[in-house]
Each structure stands twice: as C-alpha cells, then as structure tokens.
Design a protein. Structure first.
Length: 122
C-alpha cells in the first residue's frame, strides 16, 4: 500500500472515531472544521435534519479585506468569530465541536477559542 493511501485511511479512521464520540453525546448540532495547508473552513451542521445551517472559509470573498496580511492562525480566529455570528443568526447557541482528523492545536484551537469568545457554547 502506498504511503499516501495509508495516511488517508488513518485520517478517515480518526475522523470516524471523533464523530462516533460526538454522536454518543446526543447533540444534533456540531461545528465541523476542515483544515487544509492554505485555508480553513468551518460549518455548523444539524445532523438530525441533515442540513448545513451556515458555513464560512478563508476563501470567502466578503472576508478578503479582514484576512489580508494576517497569519494563518489569525485568519482562523477571524473565521471562528464569523461562524459564531452566523450560528447565532441561525438560532444556535449550543453545539459540539468536531475537529475531524486534526489535533486540537494551532489553527483549530484558535478557531474554537474565537468562537467561544463570541458566545458559542461547546
């Protein structure tokens, strides 16, 4: 098996493990984070209805002026504040944090902390 395939299967296994624990909590709404090398994306998903309530990423055109000239961690904090604002508009105050296959560290932690500062509870 190629190294890239091994990495994919390990990431998939970690992601499924995290989601399994989140489903055990019983909360139907989660804040899902995806991190790539250049961008970070966040979306609020209602698993009971199977719908995405709101989503935002660093490639969003309306946030381009806010993100210009910042480091990736600072950009993640801006995304955290924006997703918290959009979630509140959608009527969500409490949710669970889905970090996917990423460690709760660096950009993922910055996004989560910024969302907490804006009033989301998880």
């Amino acid at each position: 098996m190629k190294v890239s395939e091994i990495k994919k299967t390990r990431r998939k296994r970690r992601r499924q493990s995290v989601r399994r624990r989140l489903r055990a909590t019983g909360s139907g709404v989660r804040l899902s984070v995806h991190r790539s090398l250049k961008h970070i994306y966040a979306q609020v998903v209602d698993d009971n209805r199977g719908k995405t309530l709101c989503a935002v990423g660093t490639d969003t055109k309306k946030l381009a002026s806010d993100l210009d000239g910042k480091t990736k961690t600072e950009r993640a904090a801006v995304i955290g504040k924006e997703i918290a604002r959009l979630a509140k508009e959608a009527g969500v105050e409490e949710l669970v944090f889905d970090r996917g296959h990423c460690k709760y560290h660096g950009r993922v932690k910055a996004l989560a902390d910024a969302a907490r500062e804006e009033g989301l509870k998880f």
